[in-house]
Design a protein around this ligand. Structure first.
Ligand SMILES: Cc1cc2nc3c(=O)[nH]c(=O)nc-3n(C[C@H](O)[C@H](O)[C@H](O)COP(=O)(O)OP(=O)(O)OC[C@H]3O[C@@H](n4cnc5c(N)ncnc54)[C@H](O)[C@@H]3O)c2cc1C
Length: 434
């Protein structure tokens, strides 16, 4: 495995870091002031976006799209450090048109959209003119099992009629958010539980769409916004179906591979920020005649942070590398691993930083409460820890059942291909090949 970044990525890393220092970080105080007004509009966002676009720091998450589509064509591995740099500030990714949930939505529109859907929705999203939401989770269905989703999408002539209630549709409170990709059931009686769902593009100004509330997270409403939305007899043309009927579950899976890598890299950026603040604070404060960093217990915290952050980053890079080499499916176990490992790590690192700051650590005078909340939320968003561990455990058990437990060594390329054959039950797979 080779985690070396390309020259292109290294160059972009330098330029994104410089851009953050010159244009984004100096605006943070103003951002916080405007965010507190709760209008979900930031006065300088368009200016910063225009500047980032002009400098070619735009849509960097897109892995090698066609010549007619913007983006810089980086691999997932090459993009990972950029997501980490942007992720240090909650709102910075939007400046570069690299923020969730738009990135995942753009990916699935690119993969599954018709030419008309791309023209209407993908183009303005790629240009950063509009934003979008993704509505899967429902208050009345245990949504960590997506087959439970109950929103009804009934076909009537040339239209779908949508009825249901969603919540945690991130980003929907923004006046710029014009679209939600909604998951519901078009064929609830299909004996295959994974073919009952479809995804439909729903304009947020369609009659019957009502934003019921912007649900606070940890009792706090922020710029990201997580909305509860009622869909009451919402009618959209059948041409708004994304992909084919019954493919909603598969599209949801495709959406989450690179998306989880992006989330995890942003999370690592936030852990690095908390760690940096913690170590710098330990150089300034003295207790019992010593600087904090001179106390043994503090040194252990510093060392643990570094070990845990680096372990997590290496695992994310491995997952990114696997996606680049073999596709999302072959990286499934690693993507589940990082989705558990990284936010847990961030939570621990931020907790140590809070402790180091004493009382100040739990006040808004530091970003630590926000960083902690983001880590805590990420243990739920895009699937709770338990669901990912269930996937992992099932993979392990299946390996044992096939007499192939000895797979946890560093795999070579042929090993990995063999592993994929085993998972997909292909002919020719054999434990002896390992
Ligand atoms: C900040 C934030 C942003 C979000 N953004 C979005 C978004 O943009 N769009 C969207 O659609 N959703 C979004 N979500 C929702 C998120 O994806 C769901 O909350 C998550 O999938 C869990 O679904 P649920 O809340 O219905 O929990 P439930 O399905 O009711 O599960 C509750 C708990 O049960 C436990 N559990 C579940 N399965 C198992 C198991 N097999 N074994 C053991 N325990 C288990 C887990 O602890 C789980 O947390 C967001 C959530 C948060 C917090």
């Amino acid at each position: 495995m080779d985690f070396a970044y390309s020259e292109k990525s290294l160059d972009l890393q330098r330029r994104v870091r410089d851009f953050m220092d010159a244009h984004v970080i100096p605006r943070h105080a103003q951002f916080k002031e405007e965010e507190a007004r709760g209008t979900f509009e930031i006065s300088f966002m368009d200016d910063l976006k225009a500047l980032a676009k002009e400098e070619g720091l735009w849509n960097m998450f897109l892995p090698g799209l066609g010549a007619d589509e913007p983006g810089v064509g980086l691999s997932v591995l090459d993009y990972a450090p950029l997501a980490e740099i942007m992720g240090r500030l909650m709102w910075a990714s939007e400046v570069f048109n690299c923020s969730a949930p738009d990135t995942g939505n753009m990916e699935i529109l690119h993969m599954f959209g018709t030419p008309e859907q791309k023209e209407t929705w993908l183009k303005p999203l790629l240009n950063g003119e509009i934003r979008s939401a993704f509505s899967m989770t429902e208050p009345d269905s245990a949504s960590s099992d997506a087959t439970n989703i109950a929103t009804v999408m009934r076909r009537e002539g040339d239209e779908y009629v949508i009825n249901g209630r969603k919540w945690f549709s991130t980003g929907a409170a923004s006046p710029r958010c014009k679209l939600s990709i909604v998951m519901g059931k078009t064929d609830p009686d299909n004996p295959d539980r994974h073919r009952q769902q479809s995804m439909i593009l729903v304009p947020l100004d369609a009659p019957g769409v009502k934003i019921v509330r912007n649900t606070p997270v940890m009792n706090h409403v922020d710029y990201e916004s997580h909305c509860e939305i009622a869909f009451e007899n919402v009618r959209v043309p059948v041409s708004n179906l994304l992909g084919e009927e019954g493919s909603g579950f598969a599209i949801a899976q495709a959406r989450l591979g690179p998306g989880r890598i992006h989330h995890c890299m942003r999370s690592i950026g936030q852990a690095e920020l908390a760690h940096q603040m913690m170590v710098e604070r330990s150089l300034e404060r003295k207790t019992f005649g010593r600087y904090l960093h001179e106390h043994g217990m503090m040194q252990e915290k510093i060392a643990r942070n570094r070990m845990e952050i680096d372990q997590a980053r290496l695992l994310v890079l491995k997952a990114a590398w696997l996606i680049d080499q073999f596709g999302v499916k072959a990286a499934r176990t690693e993507v589940s691993m990082i989705k558990v490992v990284v936010p847990e790590m961030q939570q621990r690192v931020v907790d140590r930083a809070m402790q180091t700051f004493g009382g100040m650590g739990v006040t808004p005078d530091t970003p630590l409460p926000n960083l902690w909340t983001m880590a805590r939320s990420l243990r739920l968003a895009d699937g709770p820890d338990e669901v990912h561990m269930r996937t992992l455990a099932r993979m392990e058990v299946r390996k044992a059942q096939k007499g192939a437990m000895d797979t946890h060594r560093f795999m070579t390329l042929p090993d990995r291909a063999n592993e994929r054959d085993m998972r997909e039950g292909r002919e020719g797979w054999s434990p002896a090949k390992r």
